[in-house]
Design a protein around this ligand. Structure first.
Ligand code: VAH
Length: 298
């Protein structure tokens, strides 16, 4: 809607859902195929790269060699192409770019970053490489560190924050949610609509307003306990069992709350969806028949 359907070229190595195919140009592109990316940039006269290819935290720990190729070699490809063709480039970073030595509550933009996952290491590398290309070559590199992103139209993608998406599907399908994190594990989160708007607003911000190339952004922080309580307003009979797995050790090294005051001050970032509003949006999308229990009691 914003840039014109034929001006946004979607790409992936996966076949998209039919409605995506019908929404505008969609091409096969492997982030590891430099020549193919170069051809797409020239043939489609690309001016911005929005780079989202990566193995997330949990899946990356189970396939470190592939995570290094996709998250690091893939990043090098798009940075080099953005430099060669003078493109503006967005590269997402994450709360996972911090580690146990970072302040966790809250975590500021600038502090020690010694992440303990290959995903986090690759994202710190992305931040540092992008800022190097900015200072050395004047490239318009921009990065936002995202919290866990919650969306209804995509399945969980191998992240540590996936539990906050899975709870909705489990509540509606089986009424039984198995949570792999302890009930008191607080993590920063954001609804997908706020995430996509943050990218657009950040990329459209005049460079003169940016005091940094990489900013924290967030909307809320919550624990499994807190989202369970909110989901039970729609599915009161929801059964929850805690089966802690290796992702707990990752979550225990991550920020509990994100300080995104610089993004709010420098380029006007503000979130719109909090936990109750996100749950309402998720149920409206996944199963409109599930209205909040409070309304039924009325
Ligand atoms: C993950 N959802 O859990 C991703 C994210 C906030 C972390 O980068 O790995």
């Amino acid at each position: 809607q914003r840039y014109g359907q034929n001006n946004v070229i979607m790409s992936d190595i996966l076949k998209p859902p039919q409605e995506i195919l019908e929404s505008g140009p969609y091409v096969f592109a492997d982030i590891l195929d430099f020549k193919k990316l170069q051809e797409l940039i020239v043939n489609y006269n690309i001016d911005w790269i929005i780079h989202f290819s990566a193995l997330l935290s949990a899946i990356g720990e189970n396939n470190v060699p592939l995570a290094m190729r996709v998250n690091i070699e893939g990043l090098h490809n798009v940075l080099e192409l953005a430099k060669q063709y003078r493109l503006k480039i967005f590269v997402p970073s994450t709360i996972g770019a911090f580690g146990p030595d970072s302040p966790r509550d809250p975590t500021p933009d600038l502090c020690i970053q010694r992440p303990r996952t290959i995903y986090g290491v690759s994202k710190v590398h992305a931040e540092l490489m992008g800022e190097y290309y900015y200072h050395k070559f004047g490239m318009d590199f921009r990065s936002l560190r995202f919290p866990g992103i919650i969306s209804a139209d995509t399945n969980p993608g191998g992240g540590t924050t996936d539990y906050a998406v899975k709870i909705f599907h489990d509540a509606l399908k089986s009424g039984h949610f198995k949570c792999y994190l302890r009930e008191d594990t607080m993590l920063p989160m954001m609804f997908i609509d706020d995430c996509l708007r943050s990218v657009v607003e950040f990329m459209e911000t005049p460079e003169s307003k940016l005091k940094m190339r990489t900013y924290n952004v967030t909307a809320m922080s919550f624990t499994p306990d807190e989202i369970v309580e909110e989901v039970r307003k729609y599915v009161p009979e929801l059964k929850v069992t805690y089966e802690i797995d290796g992702r707990q050790a990752i979550a225990d090294t991550w920020p509990k709350r994100f300080d995104d005051s610089n993004a709010r001050a420098d380029w006007g970032w503000k979130h719109t969806m909090d936990l109750p509003q996100m749950c309402k949006a998720m149920f409206e999308f996944l199963d409109p028949s599930h209205q909040k229990q409070k309304q039924r009691i009325k």
